[in-house]
Design a protein around this ligand. Structure first.
Ligand code: ATP
Length: 360
């Protein structure tokens, strides 16, 4: 098996009822990568997936897979396979026959179908479950049968639409690692759709953050987390503290932000100008209880402490009541957080972005 790249060129999608689900979008997904589209419910993720798989034609623009224009090609003529949350395994067929199902239609001989199904079941670690019926398997095992079945037709691209959302948390976390391993072993391009940022961050080589029919940012998980480009991306991916303000002055790459909570120095990656409205973002783990000399300083009062095993999150309130969080490694010190009056954060850890819609 081998993966192919996917290219969307100015793809816009309007449904027949006139609803504009996806604004003109350019997107390049590399051959053999694990790519996720991450965004809230209704943002248009599934619509993009349906367009790549051929169930919805784009209203404008082109979809290319492996450099070939997919216009006018039916779903079964594309090098793609699709997996949904609702697996639709055949309950009366054995696991092996479920996996081999798609091969029969392609005229593959019975012996070869059996051999191929067995090989795929080994790949998803179900080699010894081939004779069972799907109802005799656990949710995670059934999910792996669905993956084996989708891979049986040797797609170059596997499209996965929130396939783990029906599983419980433990199984979901286990399946993340399984999916990642299967993707690496096969080299097939995986395009994964989810509203769950921890899922996208755990599995993907790269992600696209989507909101209201638009892709706001594409990058590696680290890039999007550390260098978000929009207020939405900053607030959707990971926890973050936000302070609204105005740009007071700029020096190359940095800006001085004036706010109701004080004046702060921050990175200015979008080149905001004096007078621009801005949201300043700081991750909870960048907050310091003992500010360093060059740190920004923020007056706070203590609200509550959440113990999360290896980490402790201190929830505070700024002087105007805005909630602020600081996440610290749990080093076993029982310092009393109730006496805290100030947090520090470095100018490099703060990022000033254009004011805009926030997640949640
Ligand atoms: P979810 O995670 O809830 O599935 P999503 O991001 O995948 O959300 P889509 O299913 O792509 O969202 O839907 C995007 C928007 O398009 C939604 O507002 C939805 O109501 C609308 N929509 C989806 N299918 C159709 C359709 N066939 N006709 C008209 N509008 C549609």
């Amino acid at each position: 098996m081998h993966g192919k790249d996917i290219r969307l060129e100015a793809v816009g999608i309007t449904y027949p009822n006139g609803f504009r689900a996806v604004e003109p979008t350019d997107l390049e997904i590399r051959a053999g990568e694990f790519f996720s589209i991450l965004g809230p419910s209704g943002c248009g993720k599934t619509t993009i997936l349906r367009t790549i798989s051929g169930f919805v034609e784009p209203s404008e623009g082109r979809v290319l897979i492996g450099g070939e224009d997919m216009a006018g090609r039916a779903p079964d003529q594309r090098p793609t396979a699709l997996i949904f949350q609702n697996l639709a395994l055949f309950p009366l067929m054995s696991v092996r026959d479920n996996v081999a199902f798609g091969l029969e239609a392609r005229g593959v001989s019975k012996r070869e179908r059996r051999a191929r199904a067995q090989e795929l079941l080994e790949l998803v670690a179900l080699g010894d479950q081939a004779e069972k019926k799907p109802t005799e398997l656990s949710g995670g095992q059934r999910q792996r049968v669905a993956i084996a079945r989708a891979l049986a037709v040797e797609p170059a691209v596997l499209l996965l639409d929130e396939p783990l959302s029906a599983l419980d948390l433990k199984l979901r976390q286990h399946m993340r690692a399984e999916l990642r391993a299967i993707q690496k072993k096969t080299g097939v391009t995986f395009l994964y759709i989810t509203h769950d940022q921890s899922e996208a961050l755990a599995m993907s080589d790269r992600i696209a953050v989507m909101n209201k029919g638009k892709i706001e940012q594409v990058g590696s998980c680290d890039e999007v987390y550390s260098d978000p480009l929009t207020a939405f991306a900053a607030s959707f991916v990971g926890e973050v503290n936000m302070i609204p303000g105005t740009i007071k002055s700029v020096i190359p790459d940095m800006a001085l932000v004036e706010s109701a909570l004080g004046t702060f120095t921050a990175r200015n990656p979008r080149g905001l100008k004096v007078g621009d409205a801005t949201y300043l973002f700081v991750r909870p783990e960048a907050m310091r209880l003992d500010p360093l000399p060059n740190d920004n300083r923020l007056a706070v009062s203590f609200d509550r402490r959440d113990l999360e095993g290896a980490f402790v999150t201190l929830h505070m309130k700024a002087s105007d009541g805005t909630p602020m969080a600081a996440q610290l490694p749990n080093d076993g010190q029982r310092r009393d957080p109730a006496s805290l009056t100030e947090l520090g954060f470095s100018p490099e850890a703060a990022i000033a972005l254009p004011e805009g819609p926030l997640a949640r």
